[in-house]
Design a binder for this molecule. Structure first.
Ligand code: SF4
Length: 387
């Protein structure tokens, strides 16, 4: 059905638009791809195990995490290549979301120095009915929904309720700090083809805990061991695990180490973000301390240094089918590329002009000054050259 998400026989989720083409989410790799319109029908046929004439370049990317293909470089998430989208301009980007980030929980056992949800965590809020919110999210027609927070795995019943509405209808990603593992929830995640994304900033416990300390501080010595043990448990269940790393002055030298060691843990991919200003005023002092760790004298200087390090790193490393790599150029001016659903059930985005979340209407998500449609696309699919 045009514009509606379908879960195909292969388990891959697809949304189509005849002016644009198809957008795909694979729960085997956790990756998103756009397919140019001439291959839209063949992509559906391929994913439904029907006859098709799909080019190899598309097939091999769709098969990541499914079939044991030879390792290859992921050159672009615009398939078969970026040029195949030369017909696309701003007006042809479909205006239903690729991803909605649902802050299902407003509490967390960590107290990260840069937390983007600091203005939500532990703050009083109306708590909405989970199934009703899930239904509202479904009606907004995203290709995938991220269960996030705070720490979503602290909200067992909410995850069960949310999945009862969204499971197998859209792609599911769980954003977790990795510290909590619940066997029953893991089984449910597996049943719903979910991908688990763990936030981890260094494989040195001391560094990681300096940036991402536990609230109680006492158990910091064991944090990394616990997170790694939990990643291994997900992998034993064949649940794909991706890592999110936020680069700050404390861990900017850890990137090479993470790139070398994460694949050995069975991690399928890695997304790297540069740190941006948190929107919780109470965190300001801690954030400034984090950013002036080392040589940088100011937040601006530290941010420039981080961009430099990421650029050096990205020139030396490629994204591969066995271990995908995506650098998300998160800058303050692109904050409104994300669609959020708050614990209250209200839709919001990060304001571009102020350090706060701005409520938006579900029927005008991409209207001017709400969520930026092009940045939303590029956040999940990488840069595209528009007409
Ligand atoms: S784990 Fe995530 S939600 Fe919790 S404090 Fe850290 S960044 Fe914020």
């Amino acid at each position: 059905m045009e514009n509606k998400v379908i879960k195909t026989k292969k388990g891959i989720f697809i949304k189509t638009d005849k002016e644009f083409g198809a957008i795909v989410f694979s729960p085997y790799s956790g990756l998103f791809f756009a397919i140019s319109k001439e291959y839209m029908t063949d992509t559906i046929n391929y994913c439904e195990d029907k006859k098709n004439k799909l080019p190899d370049e598309i097939v091999k990317n769709l098969n990541i995490g499914i079939a044991q293909e030879k390792n290859f470089e992921i050159k672009s998430h615009w398939l078969p290549d970026n040029n195949a989208f030369s017909y696309v301009d701003d007006s042809k980007l479909p205006d239903s979301p690729i991803v909605i980030n649902w802050l299902i929980s407003n509490n967390c056992c960590f107290s990260c120095n840069y937390c983007y949800a600091g203005d939500v965590i532990d703050k009083p809020t109306d708590i909405a009915d989970t199934k009703e919110v899930a239904q509202k999210i479904l009606e907004s027609n995203p290709l995938a929904v991220v269960f996030s927070g705070g720490e979503p795995l602290r909200e067992k019943q909410k995850i069960i309720d949310g999945l009862s509405v969204l499971g197998n209808k859209v792609g599911i990603i769980i954003d977790t700090n990795g510290y909590r593992y619940d066997k029953d929830l893991a089984k449910l995640l597996k049943k719903n083809n979910a991908v688990v994304r763990v936030s981890l900033d260094s494989l040195h416990n001391e560094l990681n805990s300096k940036i991402r300390p536990l609230k109680d501080n006492k158990s910091n010595a064991n944090v990394l061991n616990t997170i790694i043990a939990n990643i291994i448990k997900y992998r034993e269940m064949k649940i794909p695990v991706l890592i999110h790393t936020v680069v700050s002055p404390v861990n900017k030298n850890s990137l090479f180490d993470l790139y070398d060691k994460l694949p050995a843990l069975g991690v399928s991919g890695w997304r790297i973000f540069s740190v941006i200003n948190p929107n919780d005023i109470e965190k300001k002092e801690k954030f400034e301390k984090l950013m002036t760790f080392g040589k940088s004298k100011s937040i601006d200087e530290a941010q420039r240094e981080i961009q430099k390090e990421i650029t050096i790193f990205s020139k030396k490393h490629i994204s591969k089918s066995t271990f995908s790599l995506q650098i998300v150029h998160s800058t303050d001016s692109q904050k409104n590329s994300v669609i959020l659903v708050l614990p209250s059930g209200k839709f919001a985005t990060e304001s571009r002009v102020r350090n706060e979340k701005k409520e938006i209407e579900t029927n005008s998500i991409f209207e001017k000054y709400n969520v930026d449609l092009l940045w939303h696309y590029e956040r999940y699919l990488g840069t595209i050259n528009l007409k």
